[in-house]
Design a protein around this ligand. Structure first.
Ligand code: SF4
Ligand code: SF4
Length: 376
């Protein structure tokens, strides 16, 4: 049983109730064949994040957590995640088969770097997904001579073969292109290649990670390290302003209004990206159910002050065991005090020091939101 909260005093509205949920963000695995420098699964493209357990959800886990009647009434499930690529999960195909069986009208989506698995596997995935609405989005950040500079460890020929096979088998593929200085000259060529290959969509992505939030400044460069922590090269922001994250243009306004980032976090109003009508939940590879992937890194509790703050809040309910959907079931976690009161109640606190969740203020503060501006 999930312990009742000790500190709740507010009458804040719940995030949502179990039977209202419409979207599940599913992280099948913490494993990945790549090492993208700005991804939290590794240290600047080098060593694997030492705090990260190599967890994975099996088909049995998914069947126990996402019950058939729950899947049947969802609008969308998408496999993506904080730390892993779903295509390397052992039971990926079996999980998708189960979700499609119980959700014939479900939007069944998957995000990947595409650099793993043989053609037969991709044909099978297409056969499952195309029985209903779906997309498969490949993260391909450049062309043959540049994609590996961000998608470190991927193989161009394998990525192209995966995409061709999936498309030929009737799957709807989309292309996400994350723009840097080293690939900005290739955007239009990649867009044409995507159209020629039969991709349904091509998206230009503008990363929000060239940011020193504490200083309310953008950073021009991001160091890429090898596995021993030695500098290899750096990533740079694109020169073309059309490819830069538009939220960076708000930094000056935020600075004028609040002076310091900490004051911004204390005072900014929060517009939660998953609560209310959005009705979305994140299921981690550990089987933890949390409102969103930004609160999802519960194992990294010692890494930053904002993670320690959320870990302290979780401790009031018994720690991460309180969000363990394998142990309690999804409904019990969602109807428990964390979702129903503690997280939304924190948003009304006067400051971060007073218990307003810093992760929520940073991610969903209304006045500075690089995440919302990453896409075209
Ligand atoms: S492919 Fe995805 S999960 Fe893998 S390192 Fe890159 S961003 Fe992270
Ligand atoms: S970080 Fe907080 S406010 Fe933002 S989506 Fe997650 S729970 Fe909602």
């Amino acid at each position: 049983m999930i312990p009742a909260a000790r500190k709740i005093t507010s009458g804040a509205s719940p995030l949502y109730h179990y039977d209202e949920l419409r979207i599940v963000h599913l992280e099948l695995t913490h494993r990945c064949n790549a090492a993208c420098p700005m991804c939290a699964r590794n240290v600047n493209g080098g060593a694997v994040n030492p705090d990260m357990p190599l967890s994975e959800l099996s088909l049995a886990d998914i069947k126990a957590i996402l019950l058939p009647d729950f899947v049947a009434r969802l609008k969308r499930i998408y496999a993506c995640g904080n730390y892993g690529d779903p295509i390397v999960a052992r039971d990926c195909l079996a999980v998708f088969r189960y979700l499609r069986e119980h959700g014939p009208n479900l939007n069944l989506d998957l995000h990947t770097n595409g650099s793993a698995r043989k053609p037969d596997w991709w044909r099978e995935l297409a056969a499952i997904m195309k029985q209903g609405p779906h997309y498969l989005r490949f993260g391909i950040d450049g062309l043959q001579d540049t994609n590996h500079l961000y998608r470190r460890g991927t193989d161009w020929k394998t990525v192209m073969r995966s995409a061709e096979t999936f498309i030929e088998a009737g799957g709807h593929a989309e292309w996400d292109f994350l723009v840097f200085r080293h690939n900005e000259h290739q955007v239009e060529e990649a867009r044409k290649l995507a159209a020629d290959m039969g991709f349904r969509e091509f998206f230009v992505r503008k990363t929000g990670r060239f940011l020193d939030a504490g200083e309310l400044e953008t950073s021009e460069r991001f160091d890429v390290l090898d596995k021993k922590g030695n500098f290899e090269y750096f990533l740079e922001q694109p020169k073309n302003p059309d490819y830069q994250n538009p939220a960076f243009g708000n930094l000056e306004l935020v600075k004028q209004r609040y002076g310091e980032y900490q004051t911004y976090l204390d005072k900014v109003e929060i517009d939660c990206k998953v609560a209310g009508r959005k009705r979305k939940i994140y299921l981690s590879a550990q089987g933890y159910a949390l409102p969103c992937c930004w609160l999802g890194a519960v194992f990294s509790e010692s890494s930053t002050a904002e993670r320690r703050q959320f870990a302290d809040l979780l401790k009031d309910f018994g720690g991460s065991a309180a969000v363990d959907a394998r142990r309690h079931g999804l409904e019990a976690v969602i109807e428990g005090p964390l979702f129903q009161q503690a997280i939304p109640a924190s948003w009304d606190r006067a400051s971060i020091a007073d218990g307003k969740l810093a992760i929520c203020a940073r991610t969903c503060g209304k006045e500075f939101d690089p995440l919302d501006h990453q896409r075209d």
